[in-house]
Design a binder for this molecule. Sequence first.
Ligand code: FES
Ligand code: MG
Length: 594
Amino acid sequence: MTDSKHKITSDQLRSRWWFDNPDHPGTTALCIERYMNYGVTLEELTSGKPIIGIAQSGSDLTPCNRHHIELVKRVKDGIRARGGVPFEFPMHPIHENVRRPTAALDRNLAYLGLVEVLHGYPLDGVVLTTGCDKTTPACLMAAATVNIPATVLSGGPMLNGWRGSERVGSGTIIWELRKRLAAGDIDYDEFLARATDSAPSIGHCNTMGTASTMNALAEVLGMSLPGSALIPAPYKERAAVAYSTGERVVDMVWEDLRPLDILTREAFENAIVACSALGGSSNAPVHINAIARHAGVEITNDDWQRLGHGIPLLANVMPAGAYLSEEFHRAGGVPAVLNELSSAGHLEGRVVTVNGRTLADNIDGCETGDEDVIRRYANPLVQHAGFLNLKGNLFDSALMKTSVISADFHRRFLSHPDDPQAFEGAVVVFDGAEDYHARIDDPTLGIDENTILVMRGAGPIGHPGGAEVVNMQPPEALIRRGIESLPCLGDGRQSGTSGSPSILNASPEAAVGSGLALLESGDRIRIDLRLGEANLLIDDETLKRRRERLAARGGYAYPVHQTPWQEIQRSMVEQHDRGMTLAPATKYRDVARR
Ligand code: FES
Ligand code: MG
């Protein structure tokens, strides 16, 4: 190995401890003999070739990532072509739509499992296969903790969904159809038939939901090859980039280019800016803050507002826009968005990326190929597309995605001549999703067009992992009258495919006794977007009495643990604003070197 970029020699490969260790011949023999049983040769294991892990996130249980089972064959070809030896291994499955009580519960579990594998086996580098929502942050969190050379390979989104000439976006259509079903416009059979229109091929969700957002942000962070994040899963370029990823990770081992060289504060700040321009998921702050914490960088929701709120929406992709991933990819994808942001002076281009070049080099000349799909900075879809970080006597932090505030919502709640940025209303409070479903249509609740719906008991502890339930649909009677949305607020999350301007991820959650736990239906809340506040309008004495009553009841009650992991996670998980990380885990860094 004589390439001038090489920083390490064969002797310095981590895998040598297992495969070529004269001080411990027994160890070497035991490691080699079993791997040879499935066809790896003695020469491959002992001649100083980099051993490259491939974290396989696809399985029958994770259909969004399942095509990685085929795709990684090209990764292996690329690894072998560059002189590496591939070892594929399974990750804990995470399927967003099906896992109960929530896929978010498994992000930290998959992270822990991956850390143990990357730390404990003879791997010099790793390709992290991603797709469905939480698979990407789980991989990046582990990459930061272990810090062996690593690159992300997204499986890519599904092709566009269509009904006739109308684009049908995954996830987003479900929210719309649920209203149509509630209004009596369609029946259950049509609901199911139309929902499946949105998923026409292999791949992850084709909207800018959490999956597309997190894969795009992995590329922005510099952790996947430029232009690769949102190549649709069935396209031939997807297989080509799988091959290049395999080749590249071998070079990264020789260059000793590691995740913590890439995951710098500047890289995370770029991700915040890009998330706004992409109209990215409201789950992104949770995951990005988590990845950052594992990389030793403290990113807060104040950073999201400070850096992200003023950034315009450039990607015209559902749920904030009109198109889907295929058009986005053809218009230039992530590099074209970054190039616009860079030209406007909003990107730090000097950060290094997995291909060994800077972000600025990677996006140089990547102009938008369709100015309707990827807008010019001067002609955006929405002027301020990022998140507001609201505070007040109910919680310390809650996010509102302002790019999805509809004209109707604006007219009804944010256009009072005296106070155009503020609204006030009486709340109806639900304790978890089941309570909401059981009672939403109860006429005695008195829900009208001025009600604010509150969801609590849906944070990382109340509903283990945090539930995507804050975007609540109004009662059917209201929908039939044309009132299709109400302001929603809560300590849970919402699906990244939802276009609801809810106030989300309220931290701390009710389960740890925040102001939300003291709310009662009928209370009035005032939300002021200009001041960035959400406050319960109540005198201090009443609030104090309620707090004492809550303490006397033993605090806010939440459901019992159903599994060992639920109990373990609840005992150490941090709040949404801190990335929902496991508190003891965030102090471990660079563990592969120990
Ligand atoms: Fe897996 Fe959307 S459900 S990506
Ligand atoms: Mg989701």
